[in-house]
Every structure is written in structure tokens, then in C-alpha cells.
Design a protein around this ligand. Sequence first.
Ligand SMILES: *Cc1c(COP(=O)(O)O)cnc(C)c1O
Length: 361
Amino acid sequence: MSRLWNFSAGPAALPQPVLERAQRELLDWQGCGASVMELSHRGKLFMGLAQQAEADLRELLAIPDNYAVLFLQGGATQHFAQIPMNLADEGASADYVVTGHWGEKAASEAAPYVKVNLAGSSKDENYRRLPPRETWQLDPRAAYVHYTPNETIHGVEFHDVPDVGDVPLVADMSSDILSGPLDVSKFGLIYAGAQKNIGPSGLVVMIVRRDLLERASRPMARIFRYADHAANDSMLNTPNTWGWYLAGLTFQWLKEQGGLAVIGQRNEAKAALLYDAIDHSGGFYRNPVAVDSRSRMNVPFTLHDSALDADFLKASEAAGLLALKGHKALGGMRASLYNAVPLEAVQALVGFMKDFAKRHG
Ligand SMILES: *Cc1c(COP(=O)(O)O)cnc(C)c1O
């Protein structure tokens, strides 16, 4: 068996110790004679797992008590629509700051449920830099401000939490949650599809200030109402038990690594190594993003001659480097450097890139 260095944007690499533990426990979990996937979510064993996963996440992010933690389904995309249903009264408006593909999607999926005010955007610059905070047109009466701290496709990332005053800040952290320390108290709601930095797809982790749960005033089925999920410990219906289990193993792994300060330093070092190789390639490789807006998680880059793309991809795979093909919206390459991608993987990538440039320069 050989595992390759995996730079997939999502579903993405999981920590190898997590996969190995899941493999060991697959047939007989905790000596109960069945797999964790084959147990009732209402049983004592699974309830214990669920509580432990939440407790570990709370510890990692120092989540204050006035926030609920939810383990939901539907992908981030479903919550693009469900968030306005829950946080905005009928007729209300919400501010959207759009810095790439996912922010655009969030705004368009919200539009049937809330008046979307495009408060800031860097579309005119092809999302190559963040729109300066002083250019945002925020409405102090907005139900919330939505933004995407890390744009997975365009490779732009906020390095500070923007100050939006008293309006609740809502963040789609699908591709940067748990990538470093975070002050949760600055947010009204944080949500993330699990398949980048937490676990398998099919699970959404949400952290929401409890007072916001009471906002939902329009008629809707309980299954859409976050307050009902919170009141039922995310077990209003059958949760994604396998996803919850793997997320819990990932949280334990993060704690064993020393927590998010250590993880954050590692992610800085990984990204610095790759950007440095791109910037010092004599123009052979290029990253289009303004230096102060660059993502630590997703690094898109192009070759000076796109006719070499196919060769690059073929040779990189032969060298044990998986999933470097860029998103079709941008072309070129993209390396995703989530928590489970070790420094050795980035060293291998950078070594390959230098060698490839030498052979084709
Ligand atoms: C991947 C991604 C999504 C889409 O997630 P789904 O779970 O497929 O709905 C949304 N936002 C961001 C920032 C992403 O990286």
C-alpha cells in the first residue's frame, strides 16, 4: 500500500493516524461487537462519542458557553440558504462581502430568503485581493454580515477578523476552520463543511451564538430551524454518525499535536515554503494573488507556459503528488495545504517543482 501526498481541495486529505485508528476500530468499536456506523445514535455509546467530540472542539477553539455547537448535514451549500431563513426576518436585508466563488454562491443562494446587499466585492479585480475594509458599504440595520474568510478556489484569505460593529458576523469557514487560533466571540455564526479540514463530506459543523437561535420568525419545518437542532443536541433526526465519529478523531488528533497555536505555525511554515518557491522561480510559476491576501490553505498557481500543464500533472502524479490540477474557473494548478497535509508533502512538492522548472526552463 502506498499513500500519495494529497493536495486535494476537497474532499481532502485526512490525518493518517485518524484513518489508521478508524481502520483498527472499524469492525468492533469500543468492544461493542459492531461498527460505530451500525449503532443507534440514541444509544449510550454513541451519545458519549457525540459529547466528547463537542467537548474537544470547544476546548480547541475555546468556544464560549453562550455559543451552541451543531453537527448538521446538507453541506455548506444548504446552509447558504438556511442561514438567512434562520437569521433574517421576512423583508430584512443582509450584507454580503464577496471575495471569490463561494461568497458569490452564498449570496445567490440566500437571495430567495433575504434582501442581499453586496456590501463589498473584489470581483472587478478578479478576486486577486481583498476589498479594503474602508470600501465596504455596511448597513447598520442588516440582519447579519456574511463573508468567506478563506476562498478555496481563488486562494484569498482574510488574516484578521473584520470589524463590523454590532451586526452579527457570519463566516463560511469550510476551508479554514481549525487552521489556527480563532476568537470565536467575534462571530455570530461560523459554519463549515467538514470535508476540507475536519473529516468526510456529509457533515457540517456550526458554532452559533445562542441568542441568534431565537431569531427565526418565519414559518418553516423544524428540520430547517437551527434552534430545534440545538434543543435536540443535533439529533432532531439521524445525524451523520460516521462523519461525527471521524470529526471527533480529528479533534483528538489536533489536541495531540499541541492545539491550534501549533497547527497555525505549521500551516504558516507550509504556505511560506510553497509561496517562496513560486516567487523565486524566475517567473516559471506564478501565484496571481496580492501578497497580503494570500491563502495559507489553498495556493493556486500557473506555469509560465500553459502548454506544459498536462506534462506537469502527469509527472507530478508519477512523483507521488496527487490532485494538483487547478479549478476550472482559474486553470493551472492548485495545492491545498490543509491541516492533514504535512510539511514533508510540501517539501516534496517544492522539490518536484524546482526540478520540473529546471528540466523545462
Ligand atoms: C467546499 C466549499 C463549499 C461547498 O461545500 P459543500 O459542502 O460542497 O456544499 C462552500 N464554501 C467553501 C468556502 C468551500 O471551500
